[in-house]
Design a binder for this molecule. Sequence first.
Ligand code: ZN
Length: 470
Amino acid sequence: MDLNNSAQSGATQPQGQPQAQALPQADQTISVTQTVPVQNVVVPAQQPTSQTQANADKSEYLTQLHDSILSANIPQLVMVSISYALVMRSSDIHIEPLENHVRIRYRVDGVLMPIVEYPTNLHPAVVSRIKIMSNLKIDEQRIPQDGRADVTTKDGREMDLRVSTLPTVNGEKVVMRLQDKSRKIPDLPELGISGISLRHMEDALKLPNGIIINTGPTGSGKTTTLYSCLQRVNKIDVNILTIEDPVEIQIDGLNQSQVHHDIDYNFATGMRAALRQDPDIMMVGEIRDRETADTAIEASLTGHLVFSTLHTNSAVESLTRLTNMGIPPYLLSSSLELIIAQRLVRKLCDHCKKPAATNPELLEVVKKAMEKLHAEGEIDPKLVEGMQFYEATGCQKCNNIGYFGRIGLYEVFRMNNSIRKLLYDNASTLDILDQSQKDGMVTLEQAGIIKALQGITSLDEVYRVARKEE
Ligand SMILES: [Zn+2]
């Protein structure tokens, strides 16, 4: 829907949308209250009672957005953009000045979708409004800025709004990240972990000491998985300390600390300080350097369970990364217990997914991957025999996207004696991968194929995030 010229002509109404009737004034529905140190913004939130109701609400939000553009009501435009993003389960709002107009897009389930466009002449006021909300400098338009605001929905959900501005050739681009601070942390099976991967994780969580690493690209859900693990070990008789950047969700019973790079409070110094706090279990945001890796190993060898993340593509590659950091194999094999690699895939919409024809070449790739699945009971053999996959079509319930929500693919590597021997022998990543698959490890690709055969996701999604095995 292009409303580019509608503010001038005032005539264009989006097709299929009802005429706006008795729209509430922005100030009546949305109150902006100032608090210290960040502003608290209250936005109306709707808990849809039924699907029809939800769709009606969505078109109501769109109508309000269009109306605020037509009437150049900037506060309403900004507030409705945020409320609508909440209703759409969006994680990020992108406001992008293009050459001839400004575009608002939402990231939903990891993918951007266009929402509305408005004329360029409104943009400076929109940016100023957002900057005031998040305590940024209005008159500074030449350099990027970061700020934040607290948003409270009417139903009491507390949202953290992180605002980032970036000067582009067409003006300032704004990205607002929405995070639900009061969201419940799902338990491991709800994240998509099952079978042998879940058993390995549950076993490792019972260990008194050792290192558990979670790896994957930014936005693959690592933090949620770690929080979910911490939730499991969060008992009254243990002291859990976390060093995070930033603390994303506060969990009752944990001592969570946030690093400050500008004053040299980083992961390594944080870990050392945490060790003096009589800990049982520790979580450090990321192992980026030798110093943090050394401290994590020291902590593990002195009787602590340590959780952390690494930036690698697969579980086994993490071993190579740590070796490249200069960690000797004997220290790795005596401290590292579990490596989780993960990706997020979109779930097919249950209401409109349909069986898909898979091309023979891809089918060969899939079969080859499944031949290397040694874990038993991971999937019904009939499903593997049938090789029936599903595809997205799109219906009203999924906003015509074909997908709704996301689920994790998990590859869980468990240390054992045969792997320890390979590490001592300086074996290649491929040899270690081979051995761990023989020991029953399910790879990201296999985990994805299993979820695709079960009709939870599509092969397109699986191969969007997981590599084909050579
Ligand atoms: Zn659908």
